[in-house]
Write a protein that binds this ligand. Structure first.
Ligand code: SF4
Length: 459
Protein backbone atom coordinates (compact mmCIF):
# COMPACT_ATOMS: atom_id res chain seq x y z
CA UNK A 1 0.00 0.00 0.00
CA UNK A 2 1.21 3.51 -0.75
CA UNK A 3 1.16 5.86 2.23
CA UNK A 4 -1.49 8.50 1.82
CA UNK A 5 -0.16 12.04 1.83
CA UNK A 6 -2.88 14.63 2.40
CA UNK A 7 -3.32 16.98 -0.54
CA UNK A 8 -2.81 20.64 0.27
CA UNK A 9 -6.08 21.74 -1.38
CA UNK A 10 -9.29 19.83 -2.13
CA UNK A 11 -9.66 18.38 -5.62
CA UNK A 12 -11.73 20.51 -8.01
CA UNK A 13 -14.75 19.15 -9.85
CA UNK A 14 -14.08 17.31 -13.08
CA UNK A 15 -14.24 19.62 -16.05
CA UNK A 16 -16.91 18.44 -18.48
CA UNK A 17 -16.18 18.33 -22.21
CA UNK A 18 -17.98 20.89 -24.39
CA UNK A 19 -20.33 19.52 -27.05
CA UNK A 20 -19.06 19.67 -30.61
CA UNK A 21 -21.11 20.26 -33.75
CA UNK A 22 -20.48 17.40 -36.20
CA UNK A 23 -18.90 18.58 -39.45
CA UNK A 24 -20.63 18.20 -42.82
CA UNK A 25 -17.71 17.08 -44.94
CA UNK A 26 -16.01 14.18 -43.14
CA UNK A 27 -12.45 13.47 -44.28
CA UNK A 28 -10.02 10.58 -43.90
CA UNK A 29 -6.97 11.89 -42.12
CA UNK A 30 -3.52 10.36 -41.79
CA UNK A 31 -1.22 11.78 -39.09
CA UNK A 32 2.53 11.24 -39.44
CA UNK A 33 4.54 11.98 -36.30
CA UNK A 34 8.13 13.20 -36.01
CA UNK A 35 10.21 13.89 -32.93
CA UNK A 36 9.75 13.28 -29.24
CA UNK A 37 7.15 11.56 -27.10
CA UNK A 38 5.39 14.90 -26.56
CA UNK A 39 4.65 14.90 -30.28
CA UNK A 40 3.38 11.32 -30.19
CA UNK A 41 1.08 12.42 -27.39
CA UNK A 42 0.00 15.49 -29.38
CA UNK A 43 -0.81 13.30 -32.39
CA UNK A 44 -3.11 11.26 -30.13
CA UNK A 45 -4.70 14.52 -29.03
CA UNK A 46 -5.15 15.63 -32.65
CA UNK A 47 -6.75 12.26 -33.43
CA UNK A 48 -9.15 12.84 -30.52
CA UNK A 49 -10.10 16.34 -31.73
CA UNK A 50 -10.58 15.22 -35.34
CA UNK A 51 -12.55 12.08 -34.50
CA UNK A 52 -14.83 13.94 -32.09
CA UNK A 53 -15.68 16.39 -34.87
CA UNK A 54 -16.71 13.58 -37.24
CA UNK A 55 -13.53 13.11 -39.29
CA UNK A 56 -11.94 9.67 -39.54
CA UNK A 57 -8.30 9.09 -38.61
CA UNK A 58 -6.83 6.33 -40.79
CA UNK A 59 -3.73 4.22 -40.28
CA UNK A 60 -2.64 4.00 -43.94
CA UNK A 61 -1.52 7.03 -45.93
CA UNK A 62 -3.09 5.57 -49.11
CA UNK A 63 -6.55 5.75 -47.48
CA UNK A 64 -6.25 9.46 -46.65
CA UNK A 65 -7.43 12.63 -48.34
CA UNK A 66 -5.79 14.74 -45.63
CA UNK A 67 -2.17 14.21 -44.53
CA UNK A 68 -0.92 16.01 -41.43
CA UNK A 69 2.76 15.98 -40.51
CA UNK A 70 3.23 16.58 -36.79
CA UNK A 71 6.75 17.95 -36.72
CA UNK A 72 9.75 18.60 -34.50
CA UNK A 73 12.04 21.66 -34.50
CA UNK A 74 14.67 20.59 -31.99
CA UNK A 75 17.36 19.83 -34.56
CA UNK A 76 17.98 21.04 -38.07
CA UNK A 77 17.99 17.53 -39.52
CA UNK A 78 14.48 16.96 -38.12
CA UNK A 79 13.29 19.94 -40.18
CA UNK A 80 15.23 18.83 -43.27
CA UNK A 81 13.55 15.43 -43.02
CA UNK A 82 10.09 17.05 -43.05
CA UNK A 83 10.94 19.35 -45.99
CA UNK A 84 12.05 16.27 -47.96
CA UNK A 85 8.86 14.48 -46.99
CA UNK A 86 6.82 17.47 -48.16
CA UNK A 87 8.56 17.36 -51.54
CA UNK A 88 7.42 13.76 -51.90
CA UNK A 89 3.86 14.69 -50.87
CA UNK A 90 3.80 17.44 -53.51
CA UNK A 91 3.97 14.66 -56.15
CA UNK A 92 0.98 12.98 -54.52
CA UNK A 93 -0.87 16.28 -54.57
CA UNK A 94 -0.35 16.60 -58.30
CA UNK A 95 -1.94 13.18 -58.81
CA UNK A 96 -4.70 13.82 -56.26
CA UNK A 97 -5.56 17.54 -56.45
CA UNK A 98 -8.09 17.47 -53.57
CA UNK A 99 -5.46 16.06 -51.19
CA UNK A 100 -4.89 18.40 -48.22
CA UNK A 101 -1.38 18.52 -46.77
CA UNK A 102 -0.82 20.19 -43.43
CA UNK A 103 2.22 20.84 -41.24
CA UNK A 104 1.54 20.90 -37.51
CA UNK A 105 3.67 21.10 -34.38
CA UNK A 106 6.94 22.75 -33.42
CA UNK A 107 8.40 23.19 -36.92
CA UNK A 108 5.19 24.87 -38.09
CA UNK A 109 5.48 27.30 -35.18
CA UNK A 110 9.22 27.78 -35.68
CA UNK A 111 9.36 28.39 -39.44
CA UNK A 112 5.92 29.97 -39.93
CA UNK A 113 5.76 31.77 -43.28
CA UNK A 114 9.23 30.50 -44.25
CA UNK A 115 7.67 27.06 -44.40
CA UNK A 116 5.14 28.24 -46.96
CA UNK A 117 7.97 29.71 -49.02
CA UNK A 118 9.85 26.40 -48.89
CA UNK A 119 6.73 24.31 -49.58
CA UNK A 120 4.07 26.51 -51.25
CA UNK A 121 1.76 23.52 -51.81
CA UNK A 122 1.14 23.16 -48.05
CA UNK A 123 -2.54 23.84 -47.25
CA UNK A 124 -2.37 24.47 -43.53
CA UNK A 125 0.26 25.34 -40.95
CA UNK A 126 -0.80 24.83 -37.32
CA UNK A 127 1.27 25.33 -34.16
CA UNK A 128 0.88 23.25 -30.98
CA UNK A 129 -1.71 25.58 -29.42
CA UNK A 130 -4.03 25.61 -32.46
CA UNK A 131 -5.09 21.95 -32.70
CA UNK A 132 -8.59 22.70 -31.41
CA UNK A 133 -9.15 24.52 -34.73
CA UNK A 134 -7.97 21.63 -36.91
CA UNK A 135 -11.47 20.41 -37.96
CA UNK A 136 -12.49 23.95 -38.90
CA UNK A 137 -9.15 24.59 -40.66
CA UNK A 138 -9.46 21.42 -42.75
CA UNK A 139 -12.93 22.47 -43.86
CA UNK A 140 -11.75 26.01 -44.55
CA UNK A 141 -8.88 25.00 -46.86
CA UNK A 142 -9.18 26.61 -50.28
CA UNK A 143 -6.89 26.60 -53.27
CA UNK A 144 -5.89 30.17 -52.38
CA UNK A 145 -3.77 30.98 -49.33
CA UNK A 146 -2.87 28.29 -46.76
CA UNK A 147 -4.62 28.32 -43.40
CA UNK A 148 -2.30 29.58 -40.65
CA UNK A 149 -2.95 28.74 -36.97
CA UNK A 150 0.15 29.96 -35.18
CA UNK A 151 -1.05 31.89 -32.16
CA UNK A 152 0.43 30.66 -28.90
CA UNK A 153 -2.23 30.48 -26.20
CA UNK A 154 -1.04 30.51 -22.59
CA UNK A 155 -4.40 29.08 -21.42
CA UNK A 156 -4.67 26.16 -23.84
CA UNK A 157 -4.11 22.86 -22.03
CA UNK A 158 -6.56 20.59 -23.96
CA UNK A 159 -7.64 19.22 -20.58
CA UNK A 160 -11.16 18.48 -21.86
CA UNK A 161 -10.01 16.49 -24.90
CA UNK A 162 -9.77 12.69 -24.77
CA UNK A 163 -6.83 11.59 -26.94
CA UNK A 164 -7.16 8.49 -29.11
CA UNK A 165 -4.34 6.07 -28.38
CA UNK A 166 -3.22 2.91 -30.11
CA UNK A 167 -3.78 -0.23 -28.04
CA UNK A 168 -0.85 -1.06 -25.86
CA UNK A 169 0.34 -1.55 -22.33
CA UNK A 170 1.95 1.87 -21.80
CA UNK A 171 0.13 5.18 -22.19
CA UNK A 172 1.80 8.57 -22.38
CA UNK A 173 -0.16 11.25 -20.56
CA UNK A 174 0.68 14.93 -21.04
CA UNK A 175 0.40 16.65 -17.66
CA UNK A 176 1.91 19.96 -18.64
CA UNK A 177 2.52 21.96 -21.82
CA UNK A 178 5.13 24.59 -22.67
CA UNK A 179 8.24 25.57 -20.74
CA UNK A 180 9.19 28.54 -18.56
CA UNK A 181 12.90 27.74 -18.52
CA UNK A 182 15.01 29.53 -21.08
CA UNK A 183 17.89 27.21 -21.87
CA UNK A 184 19.91 29.09 -24.43
CA UNK A 185 20.26 26.13 -26.82
CA UNK A 186 16.56 25.29 -26.89
CA UNK A 187 13.76 26.31 -29.23
CA UNK A 188 10.94 24.81 -27.13
CA UNK A 189 9.89 27.93 -25.13
CA UNK A 190 9.49 29.81 -28.43
CA UNK A 191 7.43 27.15 -30.19
CA UNK A 192 5.43 25.71 -27.30
CA UNK A 193 4.93 28.82 -25.23
CA UNK A 194 4.62 29.26 -21.46
CA UNK A 195 4.19 26.42 -19.02
CA UNK A 196 0.63 25.25 -18.22
CA UNK A 197 -0.33 22.36 -15.96
CA UNK A 198 -3.45 20.24 -16.38
CA UNK A 199 -5.64 20.04 -13.23
CA UNK A 200 -4.79 17.12 -10.95
CA UNK A 201 -8.37 15.83 -10.79
CA UNK A 202 -8.53 15.71 -14.61
CA UNK A 203 -5.31 13.70 -14.68
CA UNK A 204 -6.55 11.26 -12.03
CA UNK A 205 -9.70 10.70 -14.11
CA UNK A 206 -7.53 10.28 -17.21
CA UNK A 207 -5.55 7.53 -15.47
CA UNK A 208 -8.80 5.80 -14.42
CA UNK A 209 -9.86 5.87 -18.07
CA UNK A 210 -6.50 4.45 -19.13
CA UNK A 211 -6.99 1.54 -16.73
CA UNK A 212 -10.45 0.92 -18.23
CA UNK A 213 -8.84 0.91 -21.68
CA UNK A 214 -6.43 -1.82 -20.53
CA UNK A 215 -3.22 0.16 -20.00
CA UNK A 216 -0.97 -1.10 -17.21
CA UNK A 217 1.60 1.68 -17.13
CA UNK A 218 1.34 5.44 -17.46
CA UNK A 219 4.18 7.82 -18.29
CA UNK A 220 3.53 11.39 -17.16
CA UNK A 221 4.87 13.78 -19.79
CA UNK A 222 6.02 17.37 -19.71
CA UNK A 223 8.92 19.51 -20.93
CA UNK A 224 9.90 20.01 -17.29
CA UNK A 225 7.48 17.48 -15.90
CA UNK A 226 8.40 17.99 -12.24
CA UNK A 227 7.64 21.72 -12.27
CA UNK A 228 3.98 20.61 -12.42
CA UNK A 229 1.70 22.83 -10.37
CA UNK A 230 -1.89 21.98 -11.31
CA UNK A 231 -4.24 23.89 -8.98
CA UNK A 232 -1.43 24.38 -6.46
CA UNK A 233 -0.66 20.65 -6.24
CA UNK A 234 2.99 19.90 -6.77
CA UNK A 235 4.51 17.04 -8.73
CA UNK A 236 5.03 14.82 -5.67
CA UNK A 237 1.33 15.13 -4.83
CA UNK A 238 0.44 14.24 -8.41
CA UNK A 239 2.62 11.10 -8.23
CA UNK A 240 0.83 10.03 -5.04
CA UNK A 241 -2.59 10.80 -6.50
CA UNK A 242 -2.19 8.91 -9.78
CA UNK A 243 -0.53 5.93 -8.15
CA UNK A 244 -3.59 5.54 -5.91
CA UNK A 245 -5.75 4.85 -8.97
CA UNK A 246 -6.97 1.24 -8.72
CA UNK A 247 -5.59 -0.95 -11.49
CA UNK A 248 -2.64 1.16 -12.62
CA UNK A 249 0.48 -0.93 -12.05
CA UNK A 250 3.34 1.40 -12.91
CA UNK A 251 3.80 5.17 -13.00
CA UNK A 252 6.86 6.87 -14.49
CA UNK A 253 7.61 10.30 -15.89
CA UNK A 254 9.81 12.22 -18.30
CA UNK A 255 11.63 14.59 -18.43
CA UNK A 256 12.29 16.24 -15.10
CA UNK A 257 14.49 19.31 -14.66
CA UNK A 258 17.19 18.99 -11.96
CA UNK A 259 16.28 22.40 -10.47
CA UNK A 260 12.69 21.23 -9.88
CA UNK A 261 13.60 17.96 -8.16
CA UNK A 262 11.91 18.66 -4.82
CA UNK A 263 11.87 16.54 -1.67
CA UNK A 264 8.19 15.92 -2.37
CA UNK A 265 9.07 14.30 -5.71
CA UNK A 266 11.88 12.22 -4.19
CA UNK A 267 9.61 11.11 -1.33
CA UNK A 268 6.90 10.00 -3.74
CA UNK A 269 9.46 8.04 -5.77
CA UNK A 270 10.89 6.46 -2.64
CA UNK A 271 7.60 5.48 -0.99
CA UNK A 272 5.02 4.81 -3.73
CA UNK A 273 5.38 1.20 -4.82
CA UNK A 274 3.89 1.94 -8.21
CA UNK A 275 6.24 4.82 -9.04
CA UNK A 276 9.17 3.31 -10.95
CA UNK A 277 12.59 3.67 -9.38
CA UNK A 278 13.96 5.27 -12.49
CA UNK A 279 14.73 8.83 -13.51
CA UNK A 280 15.92 10.45 -16.72
CA UNK A 281 17.74 13.47 -15.32
CA UNK A 282 19.21 15.69 -18.06
CA UNK A 283 22.74 16.87 -17.18
CA UNK A 284 23.65 18.65 -20.47
CA UNK A 285 27.14 19.58 -19.21
CA UNK A 286 29.39 18.74 -16.27
CA UNK A 287 30.96 22.20 -16.34
CA UNK A 288 29.30 24.88 -14.22
CA UNK A 289 30.65 27.52 -16.60
CA UNK A 290 28.96 25.85 -19.57
CA UNK A 291 25.78 25.20 -17.57
CA UNK A 292 25.65 28.92 -16.86
CA UNK A 293 26.05 29.73 -20.56
CA UNK A 294 23.25 27.24 -21.23
CA UNK A 295 21.13 28.90 -18.48
CA UNK A 296 20.48 25.54 -16.90
CA UNK A 297 19.86 27.07 -13.43
CA UNK A 298 22.00 24.52 -11.50
CA UNK A 299 25.70 23.99 -11.00
CA UNK A 300 27.56 20.77 -11.65
CA UNK A 301 27.98 20.38 -7.89
CA UNK A 302 24.25 20.82 -7.22
CA UNK A 303 23.49 18.23 -9.89
CA UNK A 304 26.00 15.79 -8.40
CA UNK A 305 24.54 16.27 -4.90
CA UNK A 306 21.03 15.69 -6.24
CA UNK A 307 22.00 12.37 -7.82
CA UNK A 308 23.61 11.10 -4.60
CA UNK A 309 20.72 12.35 -2.49
CA UNK A 310 18.27 10.45 -4.69
CA UNK A 311 20.42 7.34 -4.68
CA UNK A 312 20.60 7.47 -0.87
CA UNK A 313 16.82 7.74 -0.58
CA UNK A 314 15.93 5.36 -3.43
CA UNK A 315 18.17 2.27 -3.43
CA UNK A 316 18.92 0.77 -6.86
CA UNK A 317 17.64 3.90 -8.62
CA UNK A 318 18.18 3.69 -12.39
CA UNK A 319 19.52 7.01 -13.72
CA UNK A 320 19.84 8.10 -17.35
CA UNK A 321 20.64 11.48 -18.85
CA UNK A 322 21.05 13.85 -21.81
CA UNK A 323 24.43 15.42 -22.61
CA UNK A 324 25.44 18.05 -25.17
CA UNK A 325 29.13 18.44 -26.08
CA UNK A 326 30.73 21.32 -27.95
CA UNK A 327 28.41 24.04 -26.68
CA UNK A 328 29.53 27.67 -27.19
CA UNK A 329 32.70 28.37 -25.20
CA UNK A 330 33.25 24.75 -24.09
CA UNK A 331 37.00 24.22 -23.63
CA UNK A 332 38.77 20.89 -23.42
CA UNK A 333 38.86 21.34 -19.62
CA UNK A 334 35.08 21.98 -19.55
CA UNK A 335 34.53 18.88 -21.63
CA UNK A 336 36.67 16.83 -19.25
CA UNK A 337 34.43 17.94 -16.38
CA UNK A 338 31.49 16.45 -18.29
CA UNK A 339 33.45 13.30 -19.04
CA UNK A 340 34.51 12.92 -15.40
CA UNK A 341 31.02 13.57 -14.05
CA UNK A 342 29.60 10.90 -16.36
CA UNK A 343 32.31 8.49 -15.21
CA UNK A 344 31.53 9.31 -11.57
CA UNK A 345 27.72 9.07 -11.77
CA UNK A 346 27.82 5.98 -14.00
CA UNK A 347 24.50 6.45 -15.76
CA UNK A 348 22.59 3.41 -16.89
CA UNK A 349 22.19 5.06 -20.30
CA UNK A 350 22.47 8.44 -21.97
CA UNK A 351 21.32 10.37 -25.02
CA UNK A 352 24.41 12.22 -26.28
CA UNK A 353 24.57 14.97 -28.88
CA UNK A 354 27.00 17.47 -30.33
CA UNK A 355 25.79 21.03 -30.20
CA UNK A 356 24.42 22.62 -33.33
CA UNK A 357 23.17 26.18 -33.34
CA UNK A 358 19.41 26.62 -33.95
CA UNK A 359 18.04 29.82 -35.42
CA UNK A 360 15.58 31.40 -33.02
CA UNK A 361 17.34 30.30 -29.82
CA UNK A 362 19.04 32.64 -27.35
CA UNK A 363 22.42 31.03 -28.08
CA UNK A 364 21.98 31.65 -31.80
CA UNK A 365 21.42 35.33 -31.11
CA UNK A 366 24.09 35.97 -28.51
CA UNK A 367 26.73 33.22 -28.27
CA UNK A 368 29.44 32.18 -30.68
CA UNK A 369 29.34 28.57 -31.90
CA UNK A 370 33.10 28.43 -31.50
CA UNK A 371 33.96 24.75 -30.99
CA UNK A 372 35.17 23.22 -34.24
CA UNK A 373 33.21 20.38 -35.82
CA UNK A 374 36.24 18.08 -35.46
CA UNK A 375 36.44 18.75 -31.71
CA UNK A 376 32.70 18.27 -31.30
CA UNK A 377 32.88 14.89 -33.04
CA UNK A 378 35.91 13.79 -30.99
CA UNK A 379 34.22 14.77 -27.73
CA UNK A 380 30.99 13.05 -28.71
CA UNK A 381 32.84 9.87 -29.64
CA UNK A 382 34.69 9.93 -26.31
CA UNK A 383 31.52 10.06 -24.21
CA UNK A 384 29.69 7.54 -26.41
CA UNK A 385 32.59 5.13 -25.86
CA UNK A 386 32.61 5.84 -22.11
CA UNK A 387 28.86 5.44 -21.72
CA UNK A 388 28.76 2.27 -23.82
CA UNK A 389 31.32 0.71 -21.52
CA UNK A 390 29.50 1.79 -18.35
CA UNK A 391 26.07 0.62 -19.62
CA UNK A 392 27.60 -2.73 -20.53
CA UNK A 393 29.25 -3.15 -17.12
CA UNK A 394 26.07 -2.19 -15.23
CA UNK A 395 23.98 -4.64 -17.26
CA UNK A 396 26.55 -7.42 -16.82
CA UNK A 397 26.06 -7.10 -13.07
CA UNK A 398 22.40 -8.05 -13.58
CA UNK A 399 23.26 -11.49 -15.00
CA UNK A 400 21.80 -14.10 -12.67
CA UNK A 401 19.22 -11.66 -11.22
CA UNK A 402 15.49 -11.98 -11.74
CA UNK A 403 13.72 -8.84 -12.95
CA UNK A 404 10.01 -8.08 -13.27
CA UNK A 405 9.05 -7.27 -16.86
CA UNK A 406 5.85 -5.90 -18.35
CA UNK A 407 5.35 -7.83 -21.60
CA UNK A 408 4.89 -5.34 -24.45
CA UNK A 409 5.03 -7.30 -27.67
CA UNK A 410 7.08 -9.43 -30.00
CA UNK A 411 10.83 -8.93 -30.10
CA UNK A 412 11.83 -7.00 -33.22
CA UNK A 413 14.54 -9.53 -33.99
CA UNK A 414 12.94 -12.84 -33.07
CA UNK A 415 9.24 -13.70 -33.42
CA UNK A 416 9.64 -16.55 -30.94
CA UNK A 417 10.42 -14.01 -28.24
CA UNK A 418 8.65 -11.24 -26.40
CA UNK A 419 10.17 -8.01 -25.20
CA UNK A 420 9.21 -5.67 -22.42
CA UNK A 421 10.54 -3.14 -19.92
CA UNK A 422 11.75 -3.57 -16.38
CA UNK A 423 10.80 -1.12 -13.64
CA UNK A 424 14.06 0.68 -14.49
CA UNK A 425 13.00 0.99 -18.18
CA UNK A 426 15.57 -1.51 -19.39
CA UNK A 427 14.55 -3.65 -22.36
CA UNK A 428 14.36 -7.39 -21.66
CA UNK A 429 13.97 -10.09 -24.33
CA UNK A 430 12.87 -13.64 -23.51
CA UNK A 431 11.15 -16.71 -25.09
CA UNK A 432 7.38 -16.29 -25.10
CA UNK A 433 6.64 -19.47 -23.10
CA UNK A 434 3.05 -19.10 -21.85
CA UNK A 435 3.20 -15.36 -21.28
CA UNK A 436 0.85 -12.77 -22.77
CA UNK A 437 1.16 -9.14 -23.78
CA UNK A 438 0.17 -6.96 -20.83
CA UNK A 439 1.24 -9.51 -18.24
CA UNK A 440 4.00 -9.02 -15.65
CA UNK A 441 6.54 -11.84 -15.76
CA UNK A 442 9.71 -12.64 -13.83
CA UNK A 443 12.69 -12.94 -16.16
CA UNK A 444 16.00 -14.44 -15.10
CA UNK A 445 18.79 -12.55 -16.88
CA UNK A 446 21.19 -14.92 -18.64
CA UNK A 447 23.02 -12.48 -20.90
CA UNK A 448 23.26 -8.72 -21.31
CA UNK A 449 24.46 -6.15 -23.82
CA UNK A 450 24.80 -2.42 -23.17
CA UNK A 451 21.16 -2.00 -24.29
CA UNK A 452 19.32 -5.24 -23.63
CA UNK A 453 18.84 -7.93 -20.99
CA UNK A 454 18.35 -11.41 -22.45
CA UNK A 455 16.80 -14.12 -20.33
CA UNK A 456 13.97 -16.54 -19.68
CA UNK A 457 10.74 -16.53 -17.72
CA UNK A 458 10.98 -18.18 -14.31
CA UNK A 459 8.18 -19.02 -11.93
S1 SF4 B 1 13.99 22.99 -19.76
FE1 SF4 B 1 15.39 23.91 -21.22
S2 SF4 B 1 15.86 22.21 -22.62
FE2 SF4 B 1 14.00 21.62 -21.52
S3 SF4 B 1 12.33 22.32 -22.84
FE3 SF4 B 1 12.71 23.96 -21.37
S4 SF4 B 1 14.13 25.34 -22.40
FE4 SF4 B 1 14.17 23.41 -23.52
Amino acid sequence: MNPKIPLKTPLPLYKSAPTVEPIQNARQIYIETYGCQMNVSDSELMAGILTRSGHEVVSQLEDANVILLNTCAIRENAETKVINRLKHLSYLKRKQPDLIVGVCGCMAQHLRKKLIEAAPYVDLVMGPDAYRNLPMAINAVTSADPFLGLKLDKDEDYADIAPIRKDGVRAWLTIQRGCDKMCTFCIVPFVRGRERSIPLSVLVDDVKRLVDEGFKEVVLLGQTVNSYHGEKHDFGELLFAVSEVQGIKRVRFTSPHPSDATDSMIEAMATCDKVCKQIHLPLQSGSTKVLKAMRRTYTAEEYRELVWKMRDRIPNLIVSTDVIVGFCGETEADFMETYNLMAEVRYDSAFMFKYSSREGTLAYKSLEDDVSEVEKIQRLQAIIELQGRISYEINQELIGDTVEVLVEGESRKDVAKYQGKTDGFKTAVFPKADSEIGQFVCVKVNKATSHTLIGEIVA
